[in-house]
Design a protein around this ligand. Structure first.
Ligand code: ADP
Length: 199
């Protein structure tokens, strides 16, 4: 499945929880890029300029990276993609790579959050790195605005694309993490068996 939603919608958090429930790996292109940037790999060097500007890394680079990742053994029984696809071109290439593997997407879940809330969340967001709370370079206010603009222009059309394919479910992603997870699992038709009091 694919998790779709703007920067700050909580995709990373929900991706981990939902993938855990489904027993599939959560694959985040943002995390793979960040790991390559900090490891100073060639891929990281290619991606960094785009990421720092709040722009998308070119499709050729991103699609090749995702294809490699999906070919790994742990993705054979399914996977949850977080942050990919982000353009219609990426979605089309994903569809054809999966069909070559005899696979197809089952579901696309869109996390819906209004822009005011996104700006609030992103500008306040800090990550723990080496025991210190730091702001991600691309969470600076000007870059946040750019990322939201890029989302509207290039990624938001995927919602209609996947709706047309009959794969889309949309949920309100404002509220406590557990509440949003419960809505997500309901939309996916997955039993939420870890609720307190449930068998
Ligand atoms: P967020 O969803 O909060 O913007 P991510 O961690 O998903 O953050 O992505 C961070 C950055 O990594 C993006 O702004 C972009 O530069 C790059 N990136 C991640 N996924 C993709 C993708 N599918 N295509 C192009 N660039 C990507």
């Amino acid at each position: 499945m694919v998790l779709l939603g703007p920067p700050g919608a909580g995709k990373g958090t929900q991706a981990q929880i939902i993938a855990g429930k489904l027993g599939v790996p959560a694959i985040s292109t943002g995390d793979i890029f960040r790991a390559n940037v900090s490891g100073q790999t060639e891929l990281g060097q290619q991606a960094k300029t785009y990421m720092d500007a709040g722009d998308l890394v070119p499709d050729e680079i991103t699609v090749a990276m995702v294809k490699d990742r999906l070919a790994e053994p742990d993705a054979k029984g399914g996977f949850l993609l977080d942050g990919f696809p982000r353009t219609i071109a990426q979605a089309e290439q994903l569809r054809s790579s999966l069909s070559e593997l005899g696979q197809a997407l089952d579901r696309v879940l869109e996390l819906v959050v209004d822009e005011e809330e996104l700006v609030r969340r992103l500008s306040g967001r800090r990550m723990l790195v080496d025991g210190q709370m730091v702001q991600r370079d691309d969470d600076k206010p000007e870059t946040v605005r750019r990322r939201l603009h890029v989302y509207q222009e290039q990624t938001a059309p995927l919602s209609g694309f996947y709706e047309g394919e009959g794969l889309l479910a949309r949920i309100d992603a404002i509220g406590e993490v557990e509440e949003v997870t419960a809505r997500a699992l309901r939309a996916l038709g997955v039993a939420d068996d870890e609720r307190p009091g449930a068998d």
